[in-house]
Design a protein around this ligand. Structure first.
Ligand code: KIV
Length: 278
């Protein structure tokens, strides 16, 4: 019954996936799947479907909280959602996304905020955006024993600097810089690297140059894994989705039809029926 606590619903936990195990998948040539999750049931359903990593993205701001960008998302918002996801006790590795201004001001602040995700919210790893400018923070967080996932290309927290959500690294100089930054993040200790909104060919080059797995979103089929925002792929995002999104279900239409049928039933006194009454 929906009033009972959701924990202990018969979920059969598989062995927990770890950052080294994810790196191993690349060595074996096995593609890695990642989706975003911001709540307990989505985490559990994606885990049961075999997804290997769950990203509690700061995309929670745009797809769940109604913000126009990820910039207003705070540590408090993120901790709330990371806790909901880790309560699902998934086999999938849970990555907490560090929100805007939680790691940019100083390395010390970056380490302390990354630590909060592990200590208070039981995250398995953190993700942060940027290249050379975050390398010291990555080194510090990794030294504290926290696995770090990098993020290059169309990094949404830089939307103001980019002047919009535009494909990045189209020119030769930008491509060379991105490859250099990817290598710097790997050298700093990242266990994985998200590549977002870059030419597919560049996604392939970076993936071949690195020993750690690349996780693409709009970065081509040659990345070592793929990530999609759950609300985009399930038809639950109400705004315009990017070209790289493939829709795997239309839950938005299903919900709209379900709500409409409920409204009609209540108005016509068809709900509740005898079976739903005491
Ligand atoms: O916040 C997020 O969902 C992300 C993915 C788009 C990679 O960073």
């Amino acid at each position: 019954m929906s009033q009972e606590p959701a924990v202990g619903t018969g979920h059969k936990a598989r062995a927990k996936r770890t950052a080294p195990a994810i790196v191993d998948m690349k060595r074996r040539g096995e593609k890695i799947t990642v989706v975003t999750a911001y709540d307990f049931p989505t985490a559990r359903i994606a885990d049961e479907a075999g997804v290997e990593m769950l990203l509690v993205g700061d995309s929670v701001g745009t797809v769940m909280l109604g913000y126009e960008s990820t910039l207003p998302v705070t540590m408090a918002d993120m901790l709330h959602h990371v806790k909901a996801v880790t309560r699902a006790k998934t086999s999938a590795l849970v990555i907490a996304d560090m929100p805007f201004m939680s790691y940019q001001a100083s390395v010390e602040q970056a380490i302390l905020n990354a630590g909060r995700f592990v200590q208070e919210a039981a995250a398995d790893a953190i993700k942060l955006e940027g290249g050379e400018r975050v390398v010291d923070a990555v080194r510090g967080i990794v030294a504290a024993g926290i696995p770090v996932c990098g993020h290059l290309g169309l990094t949404p927290q830089s939307v103001l600097a980019f002047g919009g959500y535009k494909v990045q690294a189209r020119g030769e100089a930008d491509q060379e810089r991105l490859i250099r930054e990817a290598k710097a993040l790997e050298a700093a200790g990242c266990f994985a690297l998200v590549l977002e909104g870059i030419p597919a060919k560049l996604g392939g080059i970076v993936s071949r140059e690195l020993a750690i797995p690349t996780i693409g979103i709009g970065a081509g089929v040659d990345c070592d894994g793929q990530v999609l925002v759950t609300h985009d792929m399930m038809g639950l995002y109400l705004g315009k989705t990017a070209k790289f999104v493939r829709r795997y279900a239309d839950l938005g239409t299903g919900m709209r039809e379900g709500f409409a049928a409920y409204v009609a039933d209540v108005k016509a006194k068809r709900f509740p029926g005898e079976a739903e009454s005491y």
